[in-house]
Design a protein around this ligand. Structure first.
Ligand code: FE2
Length: 397
């Protein structure tokens, strides 16, 4: 691309839509995904990496788990930028119970006269549950707990973001006749016009994808006619992509060259938020395509949605106590806490919430796990959560 800096050899400091060059983009996306570079993967289909159920057998040994995570991080950076986990939820009963709970949330929303609108589709064409993470935890904590004990979500979130990640979830149902989205990149810089994104210096375009992991869990079988997501593997590596995706020539190229894979219920896809993608057309007559869209934020980033993690932790704690006493694994319990409680101690009020015996005060997740470890009562936990929340507020209040 043409640089906007004075030296021909310098990295451009600003990205502008008018400087983007489709030929450069084609060069980037012409990369091939080679299965031999990914020993834990089972297949490459349309340049997308596919991980099968055998992956689960490598996840209990810490050293092997770290190897798998290194491979996933490689796939999401130098690789195609997208991975599919077949059978991410091996027990489809868990997925079905979550589907039923989501349908109850949608029905309640409709009964209350709320239109689950969508920034990409006409109101009413889709059913959307925003903020589905805390809505599910508060309405049906048992269903939340079995669903978010999922080890694949923890595996890939830690691989991309490290510990103390913050999960958010939105349920999307694209009904028959639902139309495709225009190809785009995702949060953060993907939720801006090209002009707005251009105001952020080039290095932030390269940095912010590391702050978010984008994912989707298929809650029904998604044959191609139902319009599963369209992707352009390797497109996350085109540096000025956050301004380029707004251009017509890039949109047309995407339309002619996308990958689209059918998914089965219980499969999950995770991708670098800088990957060009968009939902497909649902040309089926009878498939209500339901996906749980997971947006997982780094502890160091700012999530798109607010989540009442104190209320979630209170609602889930009795379920966690019950699971502990019936012999649930420590890993399952930790995964549920990681998906619900705030894992990071900052920002806080350092007048009142001082680090004791370390560099950071206790996080909410640590507080929940500490109470769970000694099987404290839910009354004790509720009091401790409220006290912690109060300490973290600014001194002016
Ligand atoms: Fe998107």
């Amino acid at each position: 691309m043409t640089t906007t800096s004075t030296s021909a050899n310098a990295v451009p400091r600003w990205f502008r839509a008018e400087d983007c060059n489709l030929e450069d983009f084609k060069q980037v996306v012409s990369a091939a995904t080679r299965l031999e570079d990914y020993p834990y993967a089972d297949a490459v289909e349309q340049n997308v990496l596919i991980y099968g159920p055998r992956l689960h057998s490598y996840l209990d040994d810490p050293a092997e788990r770290a190897d798998v995570q290194a491979e996933l991080a490689h796939a999401l950076t130098e690789g195609p930028g997208i991975v599919v986990f077949k059978g991410a939820f091996p027990d489809l009963g868990v997925v079905d119970r979550a589907t039923d709970a989501f349908n109850r949330l949608i029905a309640a929303q409709k009964a209350a006269g709320v239109t689950g609108g969508d920034h990409f589709a006409k109101p009413g064409a889709n059913d959307r549950v925003w903020g589905a993470l805390d809505k599910l935890a508060l309405a049906e904590p048992e269903v939340f707990a079995e669903y978010y004990s999922s080890d694949i979500l923890a595996l890939v979130s830690e691989a991309w973001l490290g510990p103390n990640y913050q999960v958010t979830s939105q349920v999307n149902v694209v009904n028959p006749g639902g139309v495709a989205q225009r190809a785009h990149r995702d949060y953060h810089l993907g939720f801006m016009s090209a002009e707005q994104a251009s105001a952020y210096p080039a290095h932030t375009h390269l940095l912010t994808p590391a702050l978010t992991l984008q994912g989707a869990v298929a809650h029904c079988d998604m044959p191609l006619e139902s319009g599963p997501t369209l992707y352009l593997p390797h497109s996350h590596k085109y540096a000025p992509g956050y301004v380029a995706f707004h251009r017509e020539d890039f949109t047309e190229y995407f339309q002619a060259n996308f990958a689209q894979l059918p998914l089965d219920k219980g499969d999950a896809a995770f991708f670098n938020p800088a990957l060009f993608h968009g939902a497909g057309n649902n040309v089926s007559t009878d498939i209500k395509r339901m996906a749980n869209l997971l947006q997982v934020s780094s502890a160091f980033g700012r999530a798109m949605e607010t989540v009442d993690r104190t209320a979630m932790s209170k609602a889930l704690y009795p379920v966690l106590l019950g699971m502990k006493s019936s012999g649930a694994s420590q890993k399952a319990l930790k995964n549920i806490v990681a998906s619900s409680a705030e894992g990071y101690a900052f920002p806080t009020n350092l007048d009142r919430d001082q680090p004791i015996g370390g560099l950071a005060p206790q996080s909410q997740a640590e507080l929940v796990l500490e109470h769970l470890g000694r099987s404290a009562s839910h009354v004790a936990l509720d009091g401790a959560l409220d006290a912690q929340e109060s300490r973290r507020r600014t001194g002016a209040r």
